[in-house]
Design a protein around this ligand. Structure first.
Ligand SMILES: Nc1ncnc2c1ncn2[C@@H]1O[C@H](COP(=O)(O)OP(=O)(O)O)[C@@H](O)[C@H]1O
Ligand SMILES: [Mg+2]
Length: 256
């Protein structure tokens, strides 16, 4: 379980203030909000790439940032928003690199590590790409490989930013995979999205983020309400109900 209690951070001209949420094992919490609202900054603070002002991130009750890199890498996996492959490593090698923090400086990955990497690629339907240079993958395939790399340590927490560059099919595919993984492996996941409808379908909880603050957090049907979405996105919306899910539609301001 992941607990964030009063996370605050500042870049100088942008501040994240008093962020609180809790994600149970097997649950997905979505940070939902417009561009620049602070979603990536919050995730980077949770993972420890940025340092929050005080102790506030707990994984299974442990003060997460104070743990060693090795312990942190074991507990949490992070899939960044964008990733530019620096070198044409094979897909299998990239997944094995997820174990780097577990190996000592002089230790090379062994057969058992490659076996684990293959297992994760299989889980994500990417096994057949194992020998392909990862510079030659599509955006969706690359994300699946990065999820496999994050999962190789069998983390308790997954932090993922499925990019908005993916087409609809790939977004749906990746979110479906994250949903299945969190349920089956009892992982607590925090993901970032900016589409309220995708958040409505895939999240157990939604935290609405605006200007570095969480405006509301709760189950999708509590959070996806007209007034609050209008406030967060500054556009008028209408909410419908379909098969038990909330559907968010923009209100068209021009008449044709
Ligand atoms: N390294 C940085 N230094 C200074 N400001 C930054 C940095 N990274 C992001 N910001 C600013 O912080 C704000 C929040 O950014 P971000 O967390 O990336 O938002 P989101 O992920 O919701 O789009 C933005 O105004 C952005 O310009
Ligand atoms: Mg972002």
């Amino acid at each position: 379980m992941l607990k964030v209690e009063g996370l605050s951070f500042s870049y100088g001209d942008f501040t994240v203030e008093n962020v609180c949420f809790e994600v149970k094992d097997g649950e997905i919490l979505t940070l939902l909000g417009p561009n620049g609202s602070g979603k990536t900054t919050i995730l980077k603070n949770v993972y420890g790439l940025l340092r929050p002002k005080k102790k506030c991130v707990f994984v299974d009750g442990k003060d997460f940032p104070s743990l060693s890199l090795k312990e942190r890498a074991k507990l949490a996996g992070y899939v960044p928003q964008s990733h530019h492959p620096p070198f044409p490593y094979t897909v299998l090698d990239v997944v094995v690199m997820g174990l780097t923090s577990q190996l000592s400086v002089f230790e090379s990955p062994r057969e058992e590590h490659y076996k684990r990497a293959l297992e994760k690629l299989r889980l994500l339907g990417m096994e057949r790409f194992k020998d392909r240079p990862y510079t030659q993958l599509s955006g969706g395939q690359l994300q699946l490989v990065l999820i496999a790399r994050a999962l190789i340590q069998e983390p308790r927490v997954l932090l993922d930013e499925p990019t908005a560059h993916l087409d609809f099919k790939n977004q749906v595919k990746i979110l479906g995979i994250i949903k299945r993984l969190t349920r089956e492996e009892k992982i607590a996941a925090v993901i970032t999205l900016h589409d309220p409808n995708l958040a409505s379908v895939y999240s157990d909880k939604i935290a609405l983020v605006k200007e570095g603050e969480i405006k509301a957090v709760g189950v999708p049907r509590e959070i996806l309400r007209e007034e609050i979405l209008r406030e967060v996105y500054s556009v008028p919306v209408q909410i419908f109900e379909l098969n038990g899910f909330r559907v968010v539609m923009p209100v068209m301001e021009v008449t044709i």
